[in-house]
Design a binder for this molecule. Structure first.
Ligand code: TYM
Length: 376
């Protein structure tokens, strides 16, 4: 693979991702300062992921704000394919989703497609994905979503609501479209080919249940966008609005530019999971977090480090909300006064503070799990 090559699909993210090029390739739009200004009118302070261009791209965000300003509220839709433990990249997207729910005071429909990874991966059973659905749902609940406004859809549990709609959607998608969007071949199993129809359903289910068209905004990392291209093509043909999107960048794995792509649950050493204990977090960061520092302390003091390739710094952009702190860390690292070990210590402290609280709330979530499962 040439240096500038990268791949982003819902099932594979690799290479050195050029997000500007991705916007061109996918045909999405950059989030402009004007658009941020419009959001700020409704939200007050902007979320640090918006201030730092981590959520960087969109489809029709301007339209959804037009509708909101006319009094036509949207609902949020996002999801998680339960196939293993939740990692910090997932949590980052859902922290942002929670902020959107709070600021716009809207419903969130959260899909757990428990068939998705069963279909796409060889060694996962439906019993496994059922177990992961529960485990992953605890992480979502722990973030503090409003149980009165948050509805979990589990594909095999809510099939009675979803399957009929998925059939209507699937009838409008040809194999050739699915092949070109998702890279399917003749060897792909037919369950995988159908799956995108299931992922489109939650974008219209609230409209169907309420008997009126409701705008939908989907926050997710940009890997999911190929699904939304299908949804946006098909749903107007069935009489619904096109769902709109706000796209995030990927939290890199601890291996950073050596590893490339997004953090992946299957690479244990370079992934931090929501259930990792403090010692594990410390060890992983100290041992594996790619450093933009110099090889010797002397050189580092003289030449300074490069925060733009330093994973600890990149992670702080995602998780340290305080702009002044981040700015100071950047300056000190670049000047050489802050060493790699010290920067790692800042990240370890931050992650362990977040995870301690998260794990406490995750335990409590077990008691309220049922409240979040959609019931009519
Ligand atoms: P899944 O389970 O792979 O990922 C769940 C969510 O996390 C995002 N994500 C990341 N974000 C930042 N950094 C990373 N390293 C990272 N890795 C994953 C994903 O973009 C996603 O938002 N097919 C979906 C499940 C799904 C869904 C949805 C996702 C069903 N409906 C609606 C978003 C919106 C999936 O496999 O996601």
């Amino acid at each position: 693979m040439a240096k500038e090559d990268f791949v982003v699909t819902p099932w594979e993210v690799k290479g050195n991702i050029d997000y500007d090029k991705l916007i061109e390739q996918f045909g999405t739009k950059k989030i402009t300062p004007e658009l941020l200004g419009r959001m700020k009118k409704h939200t007050g302070e902007l979320h640090h992921h918006l201030r730092r261009n981590i959520f960087f791209s969109h489809r029709d965000l301007d339209w959804i704000l037009d509708e909101y300003e006319k009094g036509n509220k949207f609902f949020l839709y996002t999801g998680r394919a339960p196939s293993g433990p939740v990692h910090m990249g997932h949590l980052a997207v859902w922290q942002f989703t929670k902020w959107l729910q709070d600021k716009f005071d809207v419903e969130l429909w959260f899909q757990f497609p428990d068939e998705e990874k069963f279909l796409f991966k060889d060694n996962l059973t439906l019993e496994d994905t059922k177990r992961w659905t529960f485990e992953n749902a605890l992480d979502v609940i722990a973030l503090g979503f409003d149980p009165k406004k948050t509805f979990f859809l589990i594909d095999t549990v809510h099939a009675n609501y979803m399957y009929k709609e998925a059939c209507k959607i699937a009838k409008k998608i040809t194999f050739s479209t699915a092949k070109s969007l998702f890279g399917f071949t003749n060897e792909t199993n037919i369950g995988s080919i159908f799956y995108t129809a299931m992922q489109t359903v939650p974008a219209i289910l609230p409209s169907i249940l309420k008997g009126e068209n409701i705008p939908c905004l989907i926050p997710a990392a940009i890997d999911q966008d190929p699904h939304w291209r299908v949804s946006r093509d098909v749903l107007p043909k069935l009489g619904f609005y096109k769902p709109t999107q706000i796209h995030g960048k990927f939290l890199p794995g601890l291996g950073g530019i050596l590893e490339q792509g997004k953090m992946s649950s299957s690479l244990e050493n370079t992934t931090i999971y929501s259930v990792d204990d403090a010692k594990t977090v410390k060890n992983k960061i100290n041992k594996y977090a790619f450093s933009g520092g110099q090889v010797s302390v002397d050189d580092h003091r003289k030449m300074g480090g490069n925060p733009d390739i330093d994973v600890s710094y990149q992670w702080l952009l995602f998780f340290e909300e305080n702009d002044d702190k981040v700015k100071k860390i950047r300056e000190d690292y670049e000047s050489g006064s802050l060493l790699t070990g010290e920067l790692k210590a800042i990240l370890i402290e931050k992650m362990n503070t977040i995870l301690k609280e998260h794990q406490r709330k995750r335990e409590q979530a077990k008691k309220v799990y049922d409240k979040f499962i959609f019931k009519e």
